[in-house]
Design a protein. Sequence first.
Length: 537
Amino acid sequence: MIETGSHNVNCGADHLGFRDLAGVYWNLGAPQLYEHALQRHEAHIAAHGPLVADTGVHTGRSPKDKFVVRDVNTDPIVWWGNNNPMSPEHFDALLADFLAHVRAKTLFAQDLYGGADPAFRVKARVFTEYAWHSLFIRNLLIRPPVEDLPNFVPDLTIVDLPSFRADPKRHGTRTETVIACDFTRKIILIGGSSYAGEMKKSVFTYLNYVLPPQHVMPMHCSANTGRDGDTAIFFGLSGTGKTTLSADPHRTLIGDDEHGWGRGGVFNFEGGCYAKAIKLSREAEPEIYSTTERFGTVMENVALDPELRVPDFDDDSKTENTRIAYPLHFIANASATGRAGHPKNVIMLTCDAFGVLPPIAKLDPAQAMYHFLSGYTAKVAGTEKGVTEPQATFSTCFGAPFMPLHPAVYGNLLRGLVGRHHVDCWLVNTGWTGGKFGVGRRMPIRVTRRLLSAVLDGSLHRAAFRTDPHFGLAVPEQVPGVEPHILDPIKTWRSKGEFAETTGRVVQMFRDNFKKFEDHTDEHVRAAAPSPRIALV
């Protein structure tokens, strides 16, 4: 059985060696995938039409279960200090067992693009066990024109089987969960996890491998552009505000998570958004909230009222990492092309739960390289099991789990692009003020938005700046509409002694983390590190 969505399929499902499948559903649209998901008891329908699914044990990615095949091509260039190696023999066994596992099963297939720039996009074919996973990836990647589908030949093939259980002894894995990337054969196998985000991040990981040699900078960032074509990109880890801050009703959204920056400018890797839904409200984020009332949106682990099926976005009983996945065109002011010119501003977002970083600072080129390689944010109490105090997290390039190559590769690409196109760089703290988590308060969103508005309209460039005595950053002395004391973190703390002690600890965390990059950076970047002597004064 082969059922098609929008085209007649001449290409079979056997290019990987599939045999004896019950059937393959090719490129189905949302209505058909809804029907299959409901018939198979994979999901429910919420009020206003979104499809809602639970992901079970895995409510987030499993980075420790991600592997890269170590062969003659990958061995000399992959950053093995950050990527788990898998032997070709273990991958062969894993692939054989994947193929055996799907016999007599029905799969769903989507042919999609990763990358809005035709010169650099990847053609991805994604086979999924679940219908709702097929809708998810159809929302998140770029749908080719119908006329491109009959002759679609994939550059990358992903097989996603949540019911598969890896055997650590046979497959060389850590657990029964596996994400195995064979860059040479261009195959990614995902097993043992129902978390749909593994698929989209697998495509991102592949692009992080193939694009740098083509002089394209892959970025874990959101991006938007103003009426005058002034593009801004927002680097940041999960929870720092990439999606929220790029969804500006006065600017065109390019994308919320993954982009490339090459000779023609910035381009989205995706055709959709994957937004965090916890605490989502119509008042604070109206553009994103509106997508939760649309047919075609997929919601993960969101609690529903059992009678009315209305989502409760404040309910974190399943996970704090509740998510919504929707096509980009669900956002009214989204770009139709997914492409924009070279950025005018690069904004690095950090959620400092220690409350010692200023809410905004202008970075010189060396500082930009330092903070990009550092990739600092902080986990707060309650977000993960066992976390009772703020914990510093350094994820290099603001996306270490997706970086197959050494961070210096991406850092040097960024540094060259920033210098060549005269881009201004900024560090923005969306974390705490007035004390660390549990003592102070979260930086008001209105303050962050006002500061970003001043960056994007150019007015902040004309401000007077002071040098932060602890981190050596250029901080504006005043910004219209922002209380002056918020711009100087020490003035928001009751205890100046506690501020000094906390700052000293954070400074030392930065310095300890950066030791692994010292042999890959010049003296100017190394000198951009905060000074512990100053911090403890």
